[in-house]
Design a binder for this molecule. Structure first.
Ligand SMILES: *Cc1c(COP(=O)(O)O)cnc(C)c1O
Ligand SMILES: [Zn+2]
Length: 441
């Protein structure tokens, strides 16, 4: 053990630091925390990571998360020692992140109006629980195990609970899942049941469920694995690692995500800044976050109110006023893409930081645009859910606005696989839909 890794508050005017073994995943003053590393990892590791694609009997080489373990070594273990890895690192037998890499999809490129070879889409739905959430859950549960936490708590629009329940079942831990009653796709809810989680139904929406779960976690000594957990953010860094490694560490021009609680863009921004500072990449890709029209907090604040990270001094009054107005008008987030039906993105400040560091943009798309995006991905033979359809739909919109240029290299993340079987059935049964193939007698 050494002292390379520690936790640090993201608010520069606070800046409190905590040891990595801290039980609190938030700053005592209520701010978000970052995992920080003192040492610069050598670029020689690029070859080691590549060599591990032949796993040589190690599940930690097979894992698309732990293959990069030197870059997320908050456990501060000897990463070449198999026995030590097995003792600390939590893995679904190497399956998290194993299947995810960028693919070219010609029909999606045509739909968007891009060159076939400059558009890459990375299906994170090919994770064991069916979404990108497994990337960060392996690292969050690793930290939970490190500090001997017994009860894992999360609020979820479905995929977080599926991932948390799968990992906790494997590790023989307890898992309490807070869901907005009646608003979870049955295919996601059933996973939490199947993996033995305790479901707690909260009347209200996701934002209400999160608030209740955070309160209960404090009172009942629970360990929160929502994306405010900085260790989840560490695991999710491997999503851009895999994409950029696949492109021979040539940074693309853009990385595009659907935006919900904004853990992904927070994590991607951190990954890119670190890679850039370490000299692993020569330029920083721009991040694009795509909101749903019906849950467009980031879009409204970033584009409408010009809210910026502002080097660590964001005008948080603008956010408070926006939430206050939503409440006063009784506006609830509303989209069929339930994974991004979030009105109060818990990572908004880290998200803004990522946008500032990467010169990012925010776009929003309608439900019907997302369904078209989801469906054209399907016609290429790849599976994704409606929220992930925001990625192709958002790229298309940004191309039309000439913010993304036609020959820019773009990596879009498809965050989860289809778990709401009624959506494609309804889509294809309506001949008015752009890509519908209605059934025939
Ligand atoms: C959780 C989730 C999102 C939202 O991701 P954030 O990192 O919270 O913005 C998007 N798509 C899917 C499929 C998800 O499960
Ligand atoms: Zn702080």
């Amino acid at each position: 053990m050494n002292d390379n890794a520690y936790l640090k508050c993201i608010d520069p005017s606070c800046g409190l630091e905590y040891p990595i073994s801290s039980k609190n995943i938030e700053c005592e003053r209520g701010h978000l925390l970052d995992v920080k590393y003192k040492k610069t990892p050598s670029t020689d590791l690029k070859e080691l990571f590549y060599a591990r694609r032949n796993p040589q009997g190690s599940i930690f080489n097979e894992s698309g998360v732990w293959r990069f373990r030197e870059l997320i070594n908050f456990c501060q273990i000897d990463t070449t020692n198999q026995e030590e890895c097995s003792k600390y690192l939590v893995s679904l037998d190497g399956a998290e992140g194993r299947q995810s890499k960028p693919y070219q999809m010609s029909k999606v490129a045509n739909f968007i109006g891009m060159n076939h070879d400059s558009l890459w889409l990375q299906p994170e739905g090919y994770n064991p629980s069916g979404s990108f959430k497994d990337n960060g859950m392996s690292t969050a549960i690793t930290h939970a195990k490190m500090i001997n936490a017994r009860k894992i708590i999360c609020a979820s629009t479905g995929n977080t609970s599926a991932a948390a329940a799968m990992f906790t079942a494997n590790e023989n831990m307890e898992c309490d899942v807070y869901i907005p009653a009646g608003q979870i796709a049955p295919g996601k809810l059933s996973q939490a049941y199947q993996f033995g989680a305790q479901i707690i139904q909260v009347q209200g929406n996701f934002d209400d469920a999160l608030a209740k779960s955070l309160k209960d976690a404090k009172e009942r000594d629970g360990y929160t694995v929502n994306s405010i957990n900085p260790f989840r953010i560490e695991g999710q860094k491997t999503i851009p690692y895999r994409a950029i490694e696949y492109l021979n560490w040539q940074a693309p021009d853009w990385i595009v995500y659907p935006g919900g609680a904004l853990g992904n863009i927070s994590s991607c921004g951190k990954a890119l800044m670190e890679l850039y500072e370490w000299g692993w990449i020569k330029k920083i890709p721009r991040i694009a976050a795509i909101n749903a029209d019906g849950a467009s907090t980031l879009y409204d604040l970033y584009n409408g109110s010009n809210l910026r990270w502002n080097k660590g001094k964001p005008d948080t009054e603008i956010i408070k006023q926006y939430y206050h107005d939503l409440d006063k008008k009784g506006i609830r987030p509303k989209t069929k893409a339930t994974a991004i039906q979030i009105g109060r993105p818990a990572n908004i400040l880290k998200g803004l930081r990522s946008l500032e560091l990467t010169n990012g943009v925010v776009e929003k798309v309608s439900d019907s645009e997302m369904l078209d995006g989801m469906s054209i991905v399907g016609l290429n033979g790849f599976d994704c859910e409606m929220a992930s359809g925001a990625t192709p739909a958002g790229i298309k919109k940004l191309i039309e606005k000439e913010i993304i240029k036609k020959d820019d290299v773009v990596v879009g993340i498809l965050t989860g696989r289809q778990k709401d079987s009624s959506l494609p059935v309804d889509y294809h049964n309506n001949p008015a839909n752009r890509f519908a193939i209605p059934p025939r007698d």
